[in-house]
Design a protein around this ligand. Sequence first.
Ligand SMILES: [Zn+2]
Length: 109
Amino acid sequence: MQYKCVPAPMQITINNKSSYDGAVRSFADLINSEAVSGWKFHSMESIKVRQDPGCLAGLFGQRGETVEYNMLVFYNEDLKSSGNNWICKKCKNENRMAALFCNSCGEKK
Ligand SMILES: [Zn+2]
């Protein structure tokens, strides 16, 4: 069993009911698009990430800020942490031996 995390939309801005429906559906689309390659939805978590100010902002005494991000956690029962799988060099996702492309970012094996 393998787990992976995918960034979730930070917030959903709406101005009428139809856009609310659309925003919620796009969330479902995100989950479904992972399901196609065998990843099942596990949960949504939030993590705090500290962003350091850029060079210039640092010069002016600005401090880093902590931003909270949401992420969707998926699991894949078919993937085992065995030597037969390969790790994507781009995104570090673990892929099935038979897969020619990374099922997370599409990078070639
Ligand atoms: Zn990848």
